[in-house]
Design a protein around this ligand. Structure first.
Ligand SMILES: [Zn+2]
Length: 309
């Protein structure tokens, strides 16, 4: 089965990682007439237009004032053809910087309006800018750290230390758990989510465990259900702020629900018929909704729904 890449994957750039160590080349690309900059301000992107056929991410051309607005050196993202792309982390300010047309918006709130290629590039830029903002100092000795390798590492400026760190992506597992017959799926919701939304079961991988062990532990902690037969399905970059979601299917060994760690406010078993009725007036599930269409959780649910009528 072929399918289109999950939202936020499929960045349409050649990352050209072999160039990152060539500081002179990167500096020339930065000031070239074709260079494009993706501005990121307080984790928001500059977006113009309000309807799907008009909405576009705004990118900037090189100018001295663009560089002066940056909080950290622009990060080399790669090439689109001959065009070099950079992420531009802007300085914090009370009001949005007047740097181009449009409005600064949170990516997850505008993603459904954007072309998939733009959404993926913005997610990549966002992840890099957030990493720099959170790693201004060396984690080993506390001295200032400098952006190196085109922004793909930071190096401690204390020559006695010299510690280098690299952009982090925190692995999180997310799992559609079905009962032994494959007729019901386990879905939960957190109190802070939008009203009525239920999702598959997710949590962060801890040091010292395999992904499969993480699925088993997280599911038990959140729902009290024991699972086995954990199978990997797909993954999705999730830079909110720094994760990659690893999608699984697993089989329940027990079915009794017990909200062990109180992370979920509710958790239930749903049949396919139940899930298809989510949001449908006149059904017991009219007040519920499926995960957002661009999320891997929705992909896991849709894949499961498609397996049986
Ligand atoms: Zn250091």
């Amino acid at each position: 089965m072929t399918r289109k890449p999950l939202t936020y994957s499929g960045v349409p750039l050649d990352r050209a990682a072999e160039l990152r160590a060539d500081a002179d080349r990167i500096a020339r690309l930065l000031k070239s007439a074709t260079a494009r900059f993706v501005p990121v301000w307080t984790q928001r992107h500059l977006i113009a237009g309000t309807t799907p056929d008009q909405t576009r991410a705004v990118t900037l051309e090189y100018s001295e004032s663009v560089l002066e607005a940056a909080a950290v050196s622009p990060v080399f993202l790669g090439f689109d053809g001959d065009t070099p792309w950079f992420a531009l982390g802007l300085k914090d300010s009370e009001t949005p910087p007047q740097i181009g047309p449009g409005e600064f918006r949170i990516l997850n709130e505008v993603v459904s309006l954007l072309p998939a290629r733009e959404a993926a590039t913005l997610a990549y830029a966002r992840a890099m800018v957030i990493w720099h903002a959170n790693h201004m100092h060396c984690g080993r000795c506390g001295s200032p750290a400098a952006s190196t390798e085109g922004g793909h590492s930071r190096t401690c400026t204390n020559s006695a230390c010299g510690h280098r760190s690299f952009p982090r992506t925190d692995p999180a597992v997310i799992t559609l758990i079905e009962d032994q017959a494959g007729e019901r799926a386990l879905m939960g919701r957190q109190a802070k989510w939008v009203n009525g939304m239920y999702s598959t079961i997710a949590g962060f991988v801890e040091p010292g465990e395999s992904l499969e062990e993480s699925v088993m532990r997280e599911t038990y902690e959140e729902t009290g259900v024991r699972v086995a037969d954990v199978r990997y399905l797909a993954s999705q970059p999730w830079p909110f702020p720094a994760s990659i979601m690893l999608g699984f299917r697993a089989k329940a060994v027990t079915t009794e629900i017990n909200l062990v760690d109180d992370e979920l406010e509710d958790c239930q078993w749903f049949t396919r018929e139940d899930l298809r009725a989510f949001g449908k007036p006149g059904t017991p599930h009219a007040d519920k909704r499926l995960p957002n269409p661009f999320s891997i959780s929705r992909f896991l649910v849709d894949t499961w729904l498609a397996e049986k009528p």
